[in-house]
Design a protein around this ligand. Sequence first.
Ligand SMILES: Nc1ncnc2c1ncn2[C@@H]1O[C@H](COP(=O)(O)OP(=O)(O)OP(=O)(O)O)[C@@H](O)[C@H]1O
Ligand SMILES: [Mg+2]
Length: 319
Amino acid sequence: MHTPAQLSIGELVAFVLMQNKLFDPLNKLADMQTVVSEASASIERIYEVFDTAPSIKNKKKALKPISLNGHIELKNLTFTYHENDDENPAIINNISLQILPKQKVAFVGPSGSGKSTLIHLLTRFYDVNQGQINIDGVNIKDYHLRKLRKRISIVPQEPMLFSSSIYENIAFAKIDATPSEVFMAAKQAYADEFINKLPNGYETTIGEKGCRLSGGQKQRIAIARAFLRNPSILILDEATSSLDNESEFLVQKALNELMKNKTTITIAHRLSTIENSDVIFYFDDGELIEKGSHQELLQQKGYYYNLVNTHKKMNIFNA
Ligand SMILES: Nc1ncnc2c1ncn2[C@@H]1O[C@H](COP(=O)(O)OP(=O)(O)OP(=O)(O)O)[C@@H](O)[C@H]1O
Ligand SMILES: [Mg+2]
């Protein structure tokens, strides 16, 4: 008679265990499939971005300026971020102005009036829709983009720092900078002293995983970068939040040095900065409304006059 196959308890346990060994990798393989299909969708998207031709390009025989005098002319500029969109009025509306070499000027006006947009146009992050920007008498579209941007430095309100050493954070402003140039720039920015007090000096890692810097210290790193680049045109986006007194004093001292011999545009919030400018340009709603020195504009008793009085009353200028 045929006897049914016998399975011992031990064999059964072994079978179940072996079965798991087979199913686990199979499950993992199925999970992998999902990851792979997600990744390939992302890769497609990345390649789409890579394949997008930049709309702002160099001309064939683009000029490569080694230095510039910093004579800036905006001629009848009109600009909107979304072209062919009738619902959005122009952000910059027929603005013409001139900044002479080495002049210190202030851009003033309410939030959204177009101050930052003008800087984006000057540095060619966007091209104007109508009108023209000349630097030293040459349309900026005729300059080699990277060479032009090398001649312009921006010290932003909130400097961006990388999670790497202080040294690298300064040196990145100039690819071929020598150590002595980096140390010199830090000294000129009054940053050398605080850097030397950090645990590893210039090698101290900053950012998320490292040492955190105060607002004034970050600004001095940004100023050191600008010293290292030694641009012809300097753009300062003044911080709205006030720094502690000592930081404020050092930042101001460093900036005064940095501004020497350079055309400087400050997007200014402090009355002290504005008052000391050669020319103040007051913008509202994408238009240039007033221009002149502090005294001239006060005498006009217009927008600027009102702005100064309102802010003095509210005491929000750190004069
Ligand atoms: N990338 C963008 N895309 C679309 N619209 C933008 C963009 N950047 C700014 N705008 C719009 O352009 C207008 C001018 O903005 P801009 O940033 O130039 O003003 P601002 O004078 O610098 O203001 P703030 O003093 O607040 O910095 C605003 O209406 C703003 O919403
Ligand atoms: Mg702005």
